[in-house]
Design a binder for this molecule. Sequence first.
Ligand SMILES: [Zn+2]
Ligand SMILES: [Zn+2]
Length: 255
Amino acid sequence: MTIDLTVLGCAGSHTGVGRMCSGYLVEAEGTRLLLDAGNGSTANLQRFVAIRDLDAIVVSHRHVDHCIDLIGCYYNLRFDPGFTRRIPLYAPAEVHTTLAGLLSGDSPMTFDDVYDHTEVAHGDQVPVGPMTLSFAHSRHPVPTVSTRIEVAGTTLVYSGDSAGGPELVEIARGADLLLCEATWAGYPQDHPPDIHLTGAQAAAVAQQAGVGQLVLTHIAGGTDRDAVLAEARAVFDGPVDLAEDLARYRVTGER
Ligand SMILES: [Zn+2]
Ligand SMILES: [Zn+2]
C-alpha cells in the first residue's frame, strides 16, 4: 500500500520567499487528508485538490503557521456552490476556540457550519477512509499533537511542532517516513528549551524510532538549511531530505 505525501508549505514560524508555512497533503486510495494549514499552504493545496474535496483536516496546534489558512478555506467553502458537506477537522485543545473566535460576528454562517470539529489528544485514534490516524502529545508551549497515519502496513508520521522526547519516539516507532520538524541547527543550549528541535535532535528521534526515511521540515528562516541537513545526516543512518514546497514523496511499506 502506498501513501502519497505532498509538501504544500515547509517554512518555520513565518513565510519566506516562495516558501509557505506548514501544510501537507496526504493521499491514499483516493482519500485526501490535509495535515496542517499554515499561511499560504492552501494556495498550493489547490494545485492538487479542491478544498471541498478534502476528506478530513488535521491541525497540530493553534500557532498560526499551522492553522490560519483554515480561515481562508472557510471563505472558499462558504462561497463554493459545490460545497455540500462539512469537512471533519481533528485538532487539539485551543485550535477551535482560536479560529472560531476570528469569525465570530462576521456572518450568520459560522466556523462550525463549514468544519465538523473533534478535539483530539494523546492516545486518540480516528479512521479517515483507509487511514488510521493516531495522536500523541507533543512537547510545545501550547496543546500540540504529533500524528501517525497508517494504511495497511505503510506508515507516515508527522511530528507537528515538537521539542521531541519519548512521546515522539514512540509514535514514530518503525514509520516508513518521519516528517519531523527541525527548526534550528547547532547546539540545543543555544536555543530556548522545550519548543523545537535541531536537525541533529530530529535525526536522533528518527534513529531511536528506527524509521525508514527522514524528511526535515519547519526550518526557521534564519537557520542554515545546509547545516540542518549535515548534522542530521551525521546522526541518522537512513536517507534524510529537507522538505521543499511542492516536493512529493511516495511512501511504501517495503524496505
Ligand atoms: Zn510552527
Ligand atoms: Zn508552534
